[in-house]
Design a protein around this ligand. Structure first.
Ligand SMILES: Nc1ncnc2c1ncn2[C@@H]1O[C@H](COP(=O)(O)OP(=O)(O)OP(=O)(O)O)[C@@H](O)[C@H]1O
Length: 376
């Protein structure tokens, strides 16, 4: 493998462990190493049996229940669920903005609950955060917004400005350095927030609904920027969202939170190909227009995970069984840059024929899942 500037930086300036993690991350990205080898790596974030209860006057709110999750260096981990599911609470527990009621959060090998206030402040330097409403200082120019945390950390003004300009270049906003936040679009404001957080050299970036206030096109460009940052700097990213499209666009992994419980987690591909929990199915099927027509019928969802097309398989099946099938939904989705086709078919009423068709589709190496009973 060829060592680039980033690896040299790690070799020169960081302890062996950090270099090893970067090497493993790069090996994983370049396909040298399979995901299975992670078993031998420590997760960068380890959440074990996390509970969070808010005690209110009128009642207690149990926001998180027994959530356990491992996030590895280089992952872009989506946390998805409905409003009030507990996503923000979970992410705020990762830097102890919220203290868990029970369970442990270990970041970079440190159990956050065991740290003193000073050690916790130190540990938080590795964890950056961006928000839905950008949280910029409106009275300060773009460059001063990026400089602000650097100067607070003790960097000289000249040094801070130099570093801030470097990061404004990275996010494509160097020419707006002297502008004020009020003069920027939503997407530009989020870019400033990203430059500001990157300037502090975080190892982990938490994004709390970072694209929810943006239009679809701007959302795409910000997600693309986050992906570039992940790939270029190896920063682990945790993305909170209620939109499956965001998860599909950039995440490698996803955890689905439902009423404070971890409903399901895995790679985005695993969950997309075969969602198991009701909440995962609801999220995956939410784009289906003809859901009402699927009720009470023998429907199957098939997914192409390879580079081929549905038509010959379906056409050949209809010819082989001499029985038509009804196509209720067909679509292609881009999962982290890889096109996946999905289709919902209504099979014939005849039980035996339906079973044979399912076997036929499976023999064509399609992922086949019976929908009956899941569609609401
Ligand atoms: N500081 C708090 N005090 C009391 N209850 C809280 C507090 N923060 C969150 N909750 C409650 O915990 C539950 C989970 O809230 P949380 O904000 O984590 O959900 P969410 O999935 O992020 O929702 P949304 O997508 O709407 O932001 C909700 O019932 C919420 O009312």
């Amino acid at each position: 493998m060829i060592y680039g500037a980033e690896q040299e930086f790690y070799l020169a300036s960081a302890p062996f462990l950090r270099y090893t993690q970067t090497y493993l991350w790069n090996a994983q990205q370049s396909g040298i190493m399979g995901r299975g080898m992670e078993e031998h790596m420590e997760p960068i974030i380890k959440i074990e049996h996390l509970e969070k209860e808010f005690k209110l006057k009128e009642m207690d709110v149990h926001a998180l229940r027994d959530v356990s999750l491992d996030i590895y260096k280089g992952d872009i981990y989506g946390i998805i669920g409905m409003s009030g599911a507990g996503k923000s609470t979970l992410v705020r527990c990762l830097n102890f903005l919220e203290r868990p009621t029970a369970g442990t959060v270990t970041v970079n090998g440190k159990d956050l609950a065991k740290l003193s206030e000073k050690e916790l402040r130190e540990a938080r330097k590795d964890i950056g955060m961006i928000f839905q409403h950008f949280n910029l200082l409106m009275q300060r120019s773009v460059i001063d917004n990026v400089c602000f945390p650097l100067e607070i950390a003790g960097m000289s003004r000249a040094q801070a400005r130099k570093k801030a300009m470097e990061y404004l270049e990275i996010v494509g906003l160097a020419e707006k350095a002297k502008a004020y936040p009020v003069q920027l679009s939503g997407g530009q404001k989020q870019r400033v927030a990203i430059a500001r957080v990157l300037a502090s050299d975080p190892k982990i970036l938490l994004c709390d609904e970072a694209t929810s206030a943006l239009d679809p096109q701007t959302t795409k460009s910000i997600l693309q920027l986050l992906k570039e940052i992940n790939q270029k700097y190896g920063i682990t990213i945790v993305v909170i969202t209620h939109e499956m499209a965001v998860v599909q666009e950039i995440c490698t992994h996803v955890a689905i939170i439902d009423q404070g419980n971890l409903a399901e987690h895995g790679t985005v591909e695993e969950i997309f190909l075969a969602p198991k929990s009701r909440e995962a199915k609801r999220l995956i099927y939410q784009g289906y227009e003809k859901v009402a027509e699927m009720k009470g019928k023998r429907c199957v969802r098939i997914v192409f995970s390879e580079n081929s097309s549905f038509e010959p398989v379906i056409g050949n099946m209809v010819l082989a069984f001499k029985s038509p099938v009804n196509i209720l939904y067909a679509n292609t989705r881009d999962l982290d840059g890889v096109a996946k086709g999905e289709m919902v078919l209504q099979l014939p009423e005849d039980e035996e024929l339906g079973r044979k068709m399912i076997a036929y589709l499976k023999s064509a190496r399609l992922t086949v899942e019976e929908l009956e009973g899941y569609v609401d």
